[in-house]
Design a protein around this ligand. Structure first.
Ligand code: TXA
Ligand code: MG
Length: 328
């Protein structure tokens, strides 16, 4: 499908008029940018192959990479997927919120096969953001929404960043302010009934394990989430991780208290709070990248709590370009 890049892109407030306009667009199979508590998503009717195809085209995303289906809650999810006990407990604790569950597609599941990329599983999540919830309610269908970036680029966490990504490619962006978490949802799948971490994200591993016991590591036979491929979230600048000093000409992405003071610096969290750092991550990477600097030095970030997701995204962003695949 050719990508139209000459649309007029409007940012509308996420009030009832904005929601009504978004519903009309979605009914016409036009993708709409929707705020969620994690990052902005590029939404469409998850039950409609043609609407989903447009999202892939706008994102320039490889067709085989499946999308998350956003629902209103557990009962709504059960219209599309098969439950299991772990999933029910996790959804009971973390929904609505930034947890995605990959579950078996139910018999006669109406979710677009394109949205789930032909897999026999569907990823479902009930967002806690009021505007996302209102849009699902008002449209009457579940909404497939990958992050609202072009494939291989940073996820937008403000309406302005989404505009920067998709100007001319979408008609409407609903403005829900800055995303509270600022990093994508944690994705949990199941292998022989045991929960498996597929993508670290806005809910820390420790919080999930407190409920479900230790998460099993993925076995090689698991269908790999294509979003787990080595490198995406790529800024233009090179990233140098675990930097304890800076070279001339480098910008610094700091964490915690630091005496380093290059010309260009953003601090993810001066107080060393990984939750605050996660919320700032993509916005600050964008800001540093937009200065045109060649290398961004990144201070070490602890691997605990949301640090695991932050370090995961940073490693992908830093992966060498010759192994670069743009997936999600
Ligand atoms: O926070 C989020 O999850 C955001 C907001 C908009 O909800 N969405 C998001 O979507 O990050 P996306 O498309 O950028 O990443 C979704 C990830 C991909 O890595 C994809 O491969 C994986 O979910 N995924 C989706 N369906 C799957 C399935 N059936 N099995 C395994 N992985 C799946
Ligand atoms: Mg993404």
């Amino acid at each position: 499908m050719p990508v139209e890049i000459s649309l007029t892109t409007k940012i509308a407030p996420g009030n009832s008029a904005g929601i009504a306009e978004a519903v009309r667009a979605l009914q016409s199979r036009e993708p709409v940018v929707v705020p969620t508590e994690t990052v902005y998503g590029l939404g469409c009717n998850a039950l409609d192959d043609q609407a989903v195809a447009r999202v892939f085209a706008v994102k320039e995303r490889p067709r085989f990479n499946p999308l998350i289906v956003h629902v209103r809650g557990w009962d709504h999810a059960m219209e599309y997927v098969e439950p299991n006990d772990h999933a029910a407990a996790l959804a009971g604790k973390f929904w609505p919120g930034p947890l995605t569950l990959v579950l078996q597609r139910s018999a006669n599941c109406p979710v677009s096969r394109l949205a789930s990329a032909g897999l026999d599983t569907v990823a479902v999540r009930a967002p806690s953001h009021k505007i996302a919830q209102a849009l699902i309610d008002a449209s009457g269908f579940p909404i497939s929404a990958p992050s609202a970036n072009r494939s291989g680029r940073l996820s937008p966490t403000t309406a302005e960043a989404a505009f920067h990504e998709l100007n001319g490619r979408v008609g409407l962006i609903l403005d829900g302010g800055a995303c509270q978490a600022g990093i994508e949802s944690t994705i949990v799948g199941f292998e022989s009934g045991a929960p498996v971490m597929l993508r670290p994200g806005a809910i820390a591993r420790e919080e999930i394990e407190a409920l479900s016991g230790p998460l099993v590591e993925r076995s090689s036979s698991t269908v790999t989430a294509p979003g787990m491929m080595a490198s995406h979230y790529a800024p233009r600048a090179r990233l140098r991780l675990n930097a304890t000093e800076i070279a001339p000409g480098e910008a610094l992405l700091a964490f915690g208290d630091t005496t380093l003071s290059p010309g260009i610096i953003c601090n993810l969290s001066p107080s060393g709070d990984v939750r605050e750092a996660a919320a700032n991550l993509f916005g600050m990477l964008h800001r540093l990248d937009d200065t045109g600097v060649g290398t961004i030095a990144v201070m070490p970030i602890p691997d605990t709590g949301l640090g695991e997701a932050i370090n995961d995204r940073l490693r992908r962003a830093a992966a060498p370009r010759d192994t670069h695949h743009d997936w999600t």
